[in-house]
Design a protein. Structure first.
Ligand SMILES: C[S@@+](CC[C@H](N)C(=O)[O-])C[C@H]1O[C@@H](n2cnc3c(N)ncnc32)[C@H](O)[C@@H]1O
Lengths: 122, 278
């Protein structure tokens, strides 16, 4: 079973995503911000992919992503940005930082499924 | 209030006659959901008045609008994925090898709807076969729905639509952000010709193709129409060309002019005459 880390400061968003993804047979871990996500990545090398919000307190998504991609000693899971930052320059910025896919909020179950399949999680 | 059965039969016969779309019975809800807004837009409170109007005189533009409203334009980029992979891995490499002299390929998206299929074909070519940039590549998209075609020509898709089937790398490469959403690049828009065509009509004016994508439209037709259309398509296909149907479609029991291509997982067919030794 693949493991997905959900990183979003909104509990409601995490819950909704979890409801969509759990039935697909994916193991879910959660984090509320970038720094918690960093801790999860250290303690869970089994993480296959990360669904990553952009705007969060403490450490935002893009900062976490850069930190992760710079640290070559870490396992490098696929990262799917999942955010309301929907402008092309932002998308390009995230891809430059090492994002593999991008979900623009609001999303549907179909989109989440598609993007997870596209990054090899399903 | 649900529609009277005579009125239902009248409207579904009208749609079937004009487009081949076989509504069948029990689609009252669908018919009402799609046609009541049209009736209302003409100041008619319900379908009763709409049918009454159509019974007394021919109203070409209203009939066309009704037919169009009953079409299902649902589509997405790289729908079903596998056909596009097989296009890239098998179909195009083979056709490219066969066309080294003419350096020409003609591809037809036969129920193009809002254009995602035609643009996906084109993106596959741009991404995987840069050597074709000096060839003459024609991509033609046809549909009965003028509304769908005008959207296809504009090439503007909502945030939701560009997230269905389209990898982010292709979005940033081939689209520009516009106030209404995302617009496919001018270069790709210029490379596809969209034009109205009813598949029940004669297809010979289109000329011959190397590849025909005819997906998710025959399922709405009755058997006899499917046979007519496929037999006509066979005449528009080069002997070594390919026909690609939708995942739920087959030629089995419809025509024997096509044979399934065994090496493909998706519904890829070749003209039977290709296998006949001369
Ligand atoms: C479900 S869409 C398929 C789009 C695309 N080929 C795909 O597979 O995603 C079906 C399309 O067939 C068109 N259509 C229905 N009847 C037709 C006819 N008689 N001639 C041409 N197009 C027709 C509809 O307008 C609609 O856009």
């Amino acid at each position: 079973m693949k493991t997905l880390l959900l990183v979003d400061d909104s509990r409601a968003v995490r819950l909704a995503t979890k409801r969509m993804v759990t039935p697909l047979g994916v193991n879910i871990l959660e984090a509320e911000d970038g720094s918690q996500a960093w801790e999860r990545v250290q303690s869970h090398p089994e993480i296959d992919a990360i669904l990553l919000d952009w705007n969060m307190p403490v450490m935002d998504g893009i900062t976490f992503l850069r930190k992760l991609r710079e640290d070559k000693s870490q396992p490098q899971p696929a990262v799917i940005m999942c955010t309301t930052e929907n402008d092309l320059p932002r998308i390009l910025e995230a891809m430059q930082a090492g994002a593999n896919e991008y979900i623009m909020k609001p999303f549907t179950e179909e989109i989440v499924r598609e993007k997870l399949a596209g990054t090899g999680i399903l | 209030m649900t529609i009277d059965s005579n009125d239902y039969d009248f409207l579904s016969a009208l749609v079937a006659r004009r487009s081949g779309l076989a509504l069948g019975s029990g689609k009252e809800y669908l018919l009402e959901a799609r046609l009541i807004p049209i009736a209302n837009s003409l100041g008619m409170p319900s379908l009763v008045e709409l049918v009454r109007h159509l019974r007394v005189r021919r109203d070409e533009s209203l009939e066309a609008t009704i037919t169009e409203a009953m079409t299902t334009n649902e589509t997405l980029f790289f729908r079903d994925k596998t056909p596009f992979e097989e296009l890239k891995e098998q179909i195009l490499p083979e056709l490219i090898a066969n066309r080294q002299t003419s350096r020409r390929l003609r591809i037809w998206s036969a129920a193009a709807s809002t254009g995602q299929e035609a643009y996906s074909l084109l993106m596959t070519i741009r991404e995987s076969f840069p050597q074709l940039s000096t060839w003459r590549i024609e991509v033609i998209g046809t549909d009965i729905s003028q509304q769908a075609l005008s959207k296809a020509r504009q090439g503007i898709y909502s945030q939701f639509e560009v997230q269905r089937g389209l990898p982010i790398q292709l979005l940033v490469k081939y689209f520009q952000q516009v106030p209404e959403g995302w617009q496919i690049s001018q270069e790709l828009r210029n490379a596809v010709t969209f034009k109205p065509l009813n598949l029940l009509e004669n297809l010979s004016s289109l000329g011959e193709f190397d590849i025909i994508f005819c997906r998710n439209v025959l399922i709405y037709f009755e058997q006899a129409n499917k046979t007519t259309i496929l037999d006509r398509m066979e005449r528009q296909l080069r002997p070594d060309g390919y026909l690609v149907l939708g995942a739920a479609e087959t030629v089995l029991g419809v025509t024997n002019r096509f044979q399934r291509v065994r090496s493909c997982k998706s519904a890829v067919y070749a003209p039977t005459r290709q296998f006949q030794t001369v």
